[in-house]
Design a protein around this ligand. Structure first.
Ligand SMILES: Nc1nc2c(c(=O)[nH]1)N=C([C@H](O)[C@H](O)COP(=O)(O)OP(=O)(O)OP(=O)(O)O)CN2
Ligand code: ZN
Length: 136
């Protein structure tokens, strides 16, 4: 029997949406106020969902305590109160859009989970904008 265990987390981070290889005008045209050179911030809300067989002995898909620690160590410690463009290696040459942040989070967590577990990342950048990514 399969089920999904989800864990919520959050982090605050600053970012700027732009491409280094575009002019300021082109970045302004495409990214608007998100191209502010002085950055801006969001209270990101993260939902990490793990799907798999329910273990017959424990009743767990995955131990929620272990998932909590994984998110703290791999995501919150790296992203919380950081400037994503300047302080998080993965975004040195990658625009820190909600889509790309969700992919980076997926890629950090997936190898840390048992191979038979499926992972879905839901990332709210604002209360109204959110992204889902599950590796496809
Ligand atoms: N496809 C995407 N579009 C946008 C992203 C993104 O990550 N992916 N990000 C942004 C900006 O980061 C921007 O800061 C979002 O803020 P805003 O437009 O203010 O979002 P709100 O939900 O708060 O907007 P309201 O107009 O107040 O509803 C832009 N686009
Ligand atoms: Zn933004």
């Amino acid at each position: 029997m399969r089920a999904t265990l989800s864990r919520k987390a959050h982090f605050n981070a600053a970012h700027r949406l732009y491409r280094k290889d575009w002019s300021f005008e082109k970045n302004d045209e495409v990214f608007g106020k998100c191209n502010n050179p002085n950055f801006h911030g969001h209270n990101y809300e993260l939902i990490v969902s793990v799907t798999g067989e329910i273990d017959k002995e424990t009743g767990f898909v995955v131990d929620a305590k272990i998932l909590k620690s994984l998110i703290e160590d791999e995501i919150e410690a790296v992203f919380d109160h950081k400037n994503l463009n300047l302080e998080v290696l993965e975004f040195k040459d990658l625009n820190p859009t909600a889509e790309n942040i969700a992919v980076v989070i997926y890629n950090k967590l997936k190898p840390k989970l048992a191979a038979n577990l499926d992972l879905e990342i839901t990332l709210y950048e604002t209360p109204r904008n959110f992204v889902r990514y599950s590796g496809e």
